[in-house]
Every structure is written in C-alpha cells, then in structure tokens.
Design a protein around this ligand. Structure first.
Ligand SMILES: O=C(O)CNC(=O)[C@H](CS)NC(=O)CCC(=O)C(=O)O
Length: 274
C-alpha cells in the first residue's frame, strides 16, 4: 500500500491553495487499492495576519448544517480520489475566539474518521526574519490524542512542533499507532538543525512510520519554511523525501517489515519505567 505526502507553499486564501491541491491530486497515480495522502500544516490557509481565526469554521460533525466550505471541499476531494486524507490543519472555532489547529482525517467515501487538535503551540523565538512566534495568541491547544484505523495500519496524528514531545508519540504507540502523520510548517533555521533528527528518532523509538508533510518556501507574510517532507520507516530510514518546491512524495508501506522489526528488536516490550 502506498502513502503520499504533499509539500506545499500555501498562501493566505483557501481558493488559491485548493487550486494547487486539485492540481496535485490529478497527478496521483491511480491504483486499485486505497492510498493515504497527508497534507502540510495550514494547507488551505497559511500566514494571513489575523486571518486564521476569522477563517475558522464550526466543526461540521457538531453542527452538520454549518457554513464550512473548507471541510465540505476536503471531504469531497477524499471521495472523488478514493483516498484516506489527513487534511493538514485547518482552523476550527474555539469557545474563546481563537481557533483549534485541527487535523481532520477523511476516508475514501468522504466520511470523517477523526479529528486531532495540535496540542503543543509554537511560542518560540527563532533566529529568522519573523523572530517571535506566538501561536497561542490565535490558536487554542488541543487536549487529547487521536488514532484512526486505515488499511495501511493504525494511524496516529501529531502536528509540527508536537514532534519535539516524545511523550505524545509514546502515547500514540501505546494506543497502537503503526504510522504517525505529521503535518508541519517548520521554520528554516529549526528545520535545518532538528527536523530530520527528530523525525527519525520518533520513528526509531516507536518503531513506526513517520509521514511528515511540510510547507516549503516563501509565504505571503514573509515567512520561509523548511520543507524536506519525508517518509521515515520503522527502522529510521528516510525512504522518500522532497527537499524543496511543491510536490508529491510517495512511499510504499510494508506492515510485514514493521512487524519483523518489532519482533526482532522488541524495545517497546522492554520498557521498565512507567
Ligand atoms: O501559523 C501559521 O500560519 C502556520 N503554523 C505554523 O507555522 C506553526 C505554528 S507558528 N509552526 C510551527 O509549529 C513550527 C515548529 C518549528 O519550526 C519547530 O518546532 O522548530
């Protein structure tokens, strides 16, 4: 079975980004078995000053007749292309005027299979042109983990800065995750220093696939993102990668190989601390 990552250079307006997304979906190989596609963080609306919370939609599962064009379009695209889709993140309204950074998962019939809200928010000072990141001013943190069963295996979700918190990935592994999708928008300096090491460490220590789809390039607000979207296998090998530019990254998922790694090196069973 195949998984695909889409690396994007998303802009503030959903319509522009949807055009790019439709283009890349048309480039996907047609296969008889369903595949999985992971989009980057903020795939449909990236870096609009104050725009994030104003674009926020009600959760369509909770308010089925809501005006929620992004959620309706993503569900329709998953169905049209017969994909399991991890739709990056999009803003879902929070009670306090901020928005959750929600990563929604759709099945090939367009049904929504899960929602994960980014838990760890990027309130960090970085040595780049932006300098000061304070994600929590417009984003409400999530509070719980999410796993979804797919034909490729049990899929956990984490978002971007979450990759620095190994306890989240251990909780996903404890919940049976065999693949973890990671929509991201890493900064250039932190990406260059840490991105690949963090991804490979999370894959090795939890003996799972890491499916990390990043933003890359220059965005409307002047930010530059690191890209290097990659699939890491449970042995920690980078099996597919796109350093720069928009595009698809594809890799085969091999559940039998993962089972063999877990059997021969049963570190997850050798844990002695709680
Ligand atoms: O705000 C937006 O428009 C899109 N969201 C992001 O870019 C998010 C929050 S600012 N970025 C990260 O979490 C970077 C993490 C990172 O770079 C690291 O952990 O080193």
């Amino acid at each position: 079975m195949w998984c695909h990552l889409l690396q994007m250079t998303s802009q503030p307006q959903p319509s522009q980004n949807l055009t790019r997304l439709r283009h890349w979906l048309s480039q996907l190989p047609t296969r008889s078995e369903p595949s999985l596609l992971v989009l980057p963080e903020c795939a449909l609306c990236f870096g609009s000053e104050g725009g994030w919370a104003s674009l926020a939609e009600p959760d369509l599962k909770l308010v089925p007749d809501a005006d929620a064009p992004m959620q309706r379009e993503l569900a329709a695209l998953a169905q049209q292309h017969g994909l399991y889709l991890v739709a990056g993140t999009l803003p879902i309204q929070a009670e306090d005027g901020r928005a959750y950074a929600a990563s929604l998962v759709y099945g090939p019939d367009g049904q929504r299979l899960g929602r994960y809200d980014k838990i760890h928010l990027f309130d960090v000072d970085v040595e780049d042109d932006t300098g000061r990141y304070r994600e929590s001013t417009h984003t409400h943190p999530g509070a719980g983990i999410t796993v979804v069963d797919t034909p490729l295996g049990r899929l956990g979700i984490a978002v971007c800065y979450d990759v620095r918190f190994p306890e989240l990935f251990r909780a996903l592994a404890d919940a049976g995750a065999e693949l973890v999708a990671l929509p991201a928008a890493f900064t250039e300096p932190t990406g260059e220093a840490h991105w690949e090491v963090l991804l490979r460490a999370r894959a090795i220590e939890n003996q799972c696939y890491l499916l990390a789809a990043g933003q890359q390039g220059q965005h409307a607000n002047g930010r530059r993102t690191w890209g290097h979207s990659m699939v890491v296998d449970p042995w920690g090998r980078v099996v597919a990668q796109l350093a720069q530019g928009e595009g698809l990254v594809s890799a085969r998922i091999d559940p039998a190989e993962m089972a063999q790694i877990r059997q021969r090196l049963p570190a997850l069973k050798h844990r002695r601390l709680p």
